[in-house]
Design a binder for this molecule. Structure first.
Ligand code: FEO
Ligand code: CA
Ligand code: CA
Length: 673
């Protein structure tokens, strides 16, 4: 047990379901996806039976890596000199010296000694100028459309100057049981309640100002002219090669170029030109009466009435009447925070699936690369490479980059014999879960590379195209994020209770995979636009006292437990911050924000920076450009309670309110110190 003489208690596991979430979270967030068979019924190999006997790509890269040229990275303020990449770069980070928060089940946001935390904004707080104050007992759709929405997932922060910035927050989904008194399901709800929750989805943009030169931020007291609410009725442009196709046309939108709203926006990312990307994830749960075709089944769309029953107030959610409406959700949405009049844009070129994050880096030649995860058991990892190049200062050029390029899906191959990967998590004889991979092109803007699929079909039925291309089935790829310091890419594979021991393979080495793992990708030539890569698994999550965990070879008596890695972020030193979604169900303690160096001699020394309130998931996180602030969004506190009997009263002691908080060091040190 690190940093404490207190032995860790194994706490009773509560109403655990497949992914370690509570039953209520599964129901409201994913439409009970884990209670249905995984929708990937393709015969794609798990690749555990493939042994190519190749040398570790990582070793080869170490031996012969070329230093990237004048490469640029995701955010200008995080951009190191290109010369710092490659084998001769300096030591990447000072050691993380803060003292870990210990595992707990407190109904609080708990931060390390010498740190402070402050709740910036809560569900219902006014966003638009003139918005009414929140009254939980008198909610209206009109008010909610002007107030901060429900469950907060991705958090991004666009800093305008030293003391001002714009905070973007995704509102992923709603939990009606704790929003309304006497909730008895969508079929029985007052129609106005359905309109309220439709208005509570989407996202919020709010202006912040720094408090007195510290790492604390608060809501701006100025004009708030940038503030925005995007919700289920907001007009959103469909762009890219699939826009206008027959697959996207509806009675209300015969051109197939504009859709109302975005749904279940989970993780996201920022572009080098300062826009936010927001991923539509479990959109299937909002639709009723799917026709049961291969295309609708592959996305988990139900042939029956949905639990939410939004079709009662908006007919487009009934697919028996408007069969193409579901094709208009499941995209990455680009939001320009600097232009309050700009419509959000769904970028069809980035494919349609249950998008988690969308994280961007510039390739050596200036093309934009976006890494994309499809969060479902046995689904895939994708990347997009633009045709055009980023031009600093040219918003006109840069705002077109995500409409034209090539969409790839990942195929991974292990380098150890299949019989050494037995599903237990035991390392193979070469001491590492590792291997090589290739990016299989699915289509570019004008040409499909998948037989039987047009470009439009690849981009709308992306999962089926990727099945046909032979992608590797992964354990719920969530956030997928390049390091702005090294260009190496990290994917959080949250867990997969449905992977059987015989389905374990080197990139997904446990079956069942209850605690999840992190994959590290090193693109060939350290060029993020490459079509082949090496990979390894630096973190196999769980209780470090258990044999099936691995912390990049670091001494496991000096690390903290972690389960169900979900959202990722980097600080300016290249430390990997990992938030979790499922520790209460799998480890019996609160979800948390952890941080782990991925370079140098402390690689694998995972520490716990914060724990979140009862039943909350740790979302965000976002590390400010100056490294002085962590933005964190405790999502769905008290998700297993009811309005009448809350199980969390965070943050105010009365009823649970999903919120965004900031955390900073009292003495103004970099976060992690
Ligand atoms: Fe919304 Fe994949 O978590
Ligand atoms: Ca190996
Ligand atoms: Ca997530």
């Amino acid at each position: 047990m690190p940093e404490s003489a207190t032995p860790r208690r194994r706490l009773p596991l509560l109403d655990l379901v497949g992914g370690g979430r509570s039953r209520a979270t599964c129901h409201y967030r994913c439409g009970d996806a884990c209670f249905h068979p995984a929708p990937n019924t393709s015969s794609n190999s798990y690749f555990g039976d493939i042994f190519q006997g190749v040398l570790s790509r990582r070793s080869a890269l170490r031996a012969g890596a070329v230093t990237a040229g004048a490469s640029a990275f995701g955010l200008a303020s995080l951009t190191p000199a290109a010369a710092e990449r490659g084998p001769n770069r300096p030591h990447p980070a000072p050691r993380l010296t803060f003292k870990s928060v210990l595992p707990n089940n407190d109904d609080a946001l708990t931060v390390p000694k010498h740190y402070e935390q402050h709740v910036i904004i809560r569900w219902g707080d006014p966003v638009l100028p003139g918005a009414p104050e929140f009254d939980v007992n008198a909610q209206t759709a009109e008010a909610q459309a002007q107030q901060f929405g429900y469950n907060c997932d991705y958090v991004g922060f666009h800093q305008l100057d030293d003391d001002h910035g714009l905070l973007w927050v995704n509102h992923e989904y709603t939990n009606e049981s704790i929003m309304f008194a006497g909730w008895n399901g969508g079929a029985n709800a007052d129609p106005e309640q359905l309109r309220v929750v439709m208005a509570a989805h989407g996202g919020s943009l709010v202006e912040l100002e720094r408090v007195g030169g510290t790492g604390q931020w608060k809501l701006s007291e100025g004009e708030r002219s940038f503030n925005r609410r995007i919700h289920t009725s907001t007009p959103v442009t469909l762009s890219g090669p699939a826009a206008g196709s027959d697959l996207l046309r509806t009675e209300a939108d015969p051109t197939g170029t504009e859709v109302l709203g975005m749904l279940n926006n989970c993780a996201g990312g920022m572009t080098p030109w300062g826009t936010f990307l927001s991923g539509e994830e479990n959109f299937h749960q909002y639709f009723s009466n799917a026709p049961g075709t291969a295309e609708t089944n592959r996305y988990g769309l139900s042939t029956r009435a949905s639990g939410r029953r939004w079709d009662r107030v908006d007919e487009r959610f009934d697919l028996s009447k408007h069969p193409n409406e579901a094709n208009r959700f499941g995209y990455v949405v680009e939001i320009d925070p600097l232009d309050p009049q700009a419509k959000p844009v769904k970028r069809t070129m980035l494919g349609r699936f249950k998008h988690e994050g969308a994280n961007t880096i510039l390739a050596a030649d200036g093309r934009v690369v976006v890494y994309l995860g499809d969060d479902e058991r046995f689904d895939y990892m994708y990347k997009f490479v633009s045709d055009g190049r980023y031009v600093e200062g040219s918003r006109r050029q840069n705002l077109t980059l995500l409409d034209s390029g090539t969409l790839y899906v990942a195929r991974l191959t292990g380098n150890s014999p299949a019989e050494e990967i037995d599903g237990s998590g035991a390392l193979p004889a070469d001491g590492e879960f590792d291997g090589t991979g290739e990016w299989i092109a699915l289509c570019n803007s004008t040409k499909s590379f998948v037989r039987g699929f047009s470009v439009e079909e690849v981009l709308v039925h992306t999962r089926l195209a990727a099945d046909a291309a032979g992608a590797t089935k992964m354990d719920r790829p969530e956030d997928f994020e390049p390091s702005p310091v090294t260009g190496k890419v990290y994917c959080a594979l949250t867990n997969n209770s449905a992977r059987e021991p015989g389905q374990a393979d080197e990139p997904n080495p446990r079956g069942p995979n209850r605690y999840g793992h992190i994959l590290e990708i090193i693109e060939d030539g350290e060029d993020n636009a490459a079509t082949s890569f090496g990979w390894n698994v630096p973190l196999v999550c769980g209780d470090p006292e258990d044999d099936d965990t691995y912390y990049a070879g670091f001494d496991k008596s000096k690390v903290m437990p972690i389960s169900s890695p979900d959202n990722l972020a980097f600080d300016k030193h290249g430390n990997l911050w990992i938030s979790t979604d499922g520790q209460p169900g799998s480890l019996g303690t609160a979800d948390a924000l952890h941080v782990m160096p991925v370079e140098g001699r402390f690689r694998g020394e995972l520490k716990t920076f914060a724990t979140v309130p009862v039943r909350a998931e740790a979302c965000g996180p976002f590390i400010s450009e100056d490294n002085k602030t962590v933005f964190l969004a405790p999502q769905h506190p008290g998700d297993n309670g009811t309005f009448e009997s809350p199980t969390s009263t965070w943050p105010d002691g009365d009823f649970p309110r999903p919120s965004v908080a900031c955390i900073w060091h009292q003495a103004g040190r970099d976060v992690g110190q």
